[in-house]
Design a protein. Structure first.
Length: 202
C-alpha cells in the first residue's frame, strides 16, 4: 500500500506464524534492525505481535476510547515501519516503540479537541439544542479532562510511569528494565504521583 506522499505503508501485520520460531527468541532491538536494514515483514509482524496489546491499552488510556486508540496504534506502527532506522540501539527498543504510540495518541487527543472546539464555535444545528447534551456524558468528559489536566502538571517521568503502569499494564519490574531505573525508584515515584493526582482532583 502506498500513502499519499509516496511512502510504502506495510499491510496490516498478521500474527507471527509457527515456523518463525527463531524470531520468537530474537530481542526487540534485533527485530528493529531487521526491519530497518532489510524491510523484513516477518520481523515487523513479530514485533507487532509482541507489542500490539500493550500499545492498544496505552493508547486507549490516553485517548479515552477504543476507536481513537486503534487509529493511533495503526499510525504508530506505520511510523515504526518507516522510521525504524532512527532507533540507534542505545536504548530500550520496546520503550522506543511505545513512546511513538504515546506521541500518536496525544496527536489524536489534540485533534479531537480541535474538532470539539470547531463544533462548539459552529453552534448547535438541527433539532439538537444547547441543552440537549447527555448530562452523564458531559460529567464523564469533565472528569476525563480534569484527569488529563492533572496528569499534565506532573513531571514527564511521572507521566511516563503512570502511562506504562496503568496504560500498558507493565509491572514495576518491567518498567524498571524499560526505563533503566531502580525498581524502588519506580515504586516511590508512582506512589508520589498518585498522591499528587488525588490531591489535585479533590
Amino acid at each position: 500500500m502506498v500513502t499519499r506522499n509516496g511512502a510504502e505503508r506495510p499491510s496490516h501485520p498478521t500474527r507471527a506464524q509457527p515456523q518463525m520460531g527463531t524470531l520468537n527468541e530474537v530481542e526487540d532491538s534485533e527485530l528493529l534492525a531487521r526491519i530497518a536494514q532489510a524491510r523484513d515483514r516477518q520481523a515487523f509482524a513479530e514485533l507487532y505481535d509482541r507489542l500490539e496489546r500493550k500499545a492498544f491499552r496505552l493508547a486507549r488510556t490516553i485517548t479515552g476510547n477504543s476507536a481513537s486508540a486503534e487509529e493511533a496504534v495503526q499510525e504508530a506502527f506505520y511510523r515504526i515501519w518507516i522510521f525504524t532506522s532512527s532507533f540507534t540501539g542505545g536504548g530500550n527498543a520496546r520503550a522506543w516503540a511505545l513512546q511513538i504510540v504515546v506521541r500518536e495518541s496525544l496527536k489524536k487527543v489534540r485533534s479531537q479537541r480541535r474538532e470539539r472546539r470547531d463544533l462548539e464555535e459552529e453552534g448547535p444545528r438541527g433539532a439538537r439544542g444547547p441543552g440537549s447534551m447527555d448530562p452523564a456524558r458531559g460529567d464523564q468528559d469533565e472528569q476525563v479532562a480534569a484527569l488529563r489536566g492533572a496528569l499534565a502538571t506532573l513531571p514527564v517521568l511521572h507521566q511516563r510511569l503512570i502511562g506504562l503502569y496503568f496504560g500498558a499494564e507493565m509491572s514495576q519490574q518491567q518498567i524498571s528494565e524499560t526505563l533503566r531505573i531502580p525498581t524502588r525508584t519506580v515504586s516511590d515515584k508512582l506512589e508520589r504521583s498518585l498522591a499528587q493526582l488525588k490531591e489535585k482532583l479533590k
